[in-house]
Design a protein around this ligand. Structure first.
Ligand code: ATP
Ligand code: MG
Length: 297
């Protein structure tokens, strides 16, 4: 599809090792898993996969280590149709890894390692690509990368979407004014604006820089958002679904929202489109295709 827009997704990719277990005992313990799988996780990586499923083109920009987990992640993203030429293996680095224990009720216990030795350098990023992109979608796990890419994207008039997920306050406070659309999770907004009500947090984000939109996704309660100049926030309700696994719904929401921006949708339509994609992910535990989202809409 040469005409479908390109969304560059920058940030975190994690090797998620998922074990289905009977129960999670107190230590010391040794338990046998009923099943095991390994796959790509991480906010920006999940967003990139969502962009492709929804009919766009996606490039993933980020870092993995030169270790046993790095190459399989690159292969898995490539198998999803994501361009991984901007995924760097950092010599001496360790890849971010998650151990996900799922009990028979679907309850999850997650141990995550954020990687190490990946450095901060962003000078190698193929920033020129942004000039022909439709949107840039970032998460806060590599702030130096976001700063470099967002500056070039903005100068080229390419909309920048930030997944304002849980992070240190100072990182979010630094990144928000660099983007056009700051779309927080509930804990992320609490990290960004500690002690504030959601509406106040969104107003603070809009006042901090030349943002177009500030939003917070609130799971099955939907999404609260404000555009610059709005007097009051608007709520885009969630699509009612029977949720089986809400992990990654936010990541899919961000990928879908960035694709919507790349396709030129207005904000209310983009919020509905992304909400439908997030709801289907929560329902199925898998990222939906465009036709599934269109059917729900
Ligand atoms: N149970 C649900 N039912 C319907 N829609 C949902 C549900 N959970 C999530 N969504 C949709 O997906 C959006 C993002 O979900 P949520 O707010 O849970 O993201 P999050 O907290 O960032 O989670 P994560 O990062 O684990 O994916 C919601 O605003 C909503 O539109
Ligand atoms: Mg999230």
């Amino acid at each position: 599809m040469p005409d479908s827009p390109l969304v560059v997704c920058l940030g975190n990719v994690v090797a998620d090792h998922t074990f289905r277990v009977e129960d999670i005992p107190q230590p010391p313990a040794k338990i046998t898993a009923r099943s095991y799988s390994i796959g790509p996780g991480g906010m920006a990586a999940n967003a990139a996969i969502a962009v492709v499923r929804l009919g766009g083109r996606a490039a993933f920009w980020g870092r993995v280590g030169e270790d046993l987990n790095g190459d399989p992640l690159a292969e898995a993203l490539a198998a999803e149709g994501v361009d991984v030429s901007g995924l760097r293996r950092v010599p001496g680095g360790r890849t971010p890894v998650g151990a996900v224990l799922v009990d028979p009720h679907g309850e999850r216990t997650i141990i995550s390692f954020r990687g190490s030795g990946l450095g901060t350098d962003a000078a190698w990023l193929p920033l020129d690509v942004l000039r022909r992109a439709g949107a840039l979608c970032c998460d806060p796990r590599w702030p130096e990368g976001v700063a470099a890419a967002a500056a070039v994207a903005r100068a080229a008039g390419v909309p920048v979407v930030l997944d304002g997920e849980r992070s240190e306050t100072r990182i979010l406070v630094d990144l928000v004014p660099r983007v056009d659309h700051a779309v927080f999770s509930v804990p992320g907004l609490a990290n960004y604006a500690p002690g504030c009500m959601p509406e106040e947090g969104l107003r603070r984000a809009l006042a901090s820089g030349p943002l177009r939109v500030a939003a917070v996704t609130q799971g099955e309660k939907g999404t609260l958002w404000m555009a610059a100049g709005d007097e009051k926030p608007t709520r885009t309700p969630a699509f009612p679904v029977e949720a089986t696994n809400t992990t990654g719904a936010g990541d899919v929401f961000h990928g879908a929202y960035a694709l919507a921006m790349a396709e030129g949708m207005d904000v209310p339509r983009a919020m509905r489109f992304a909400s439908a994609a997030g709801a289907l992910r929560a329902r199925d535990g898998a990222t939906p295709t465009r036709s599934m989202v269109d059917a729900l809409l």
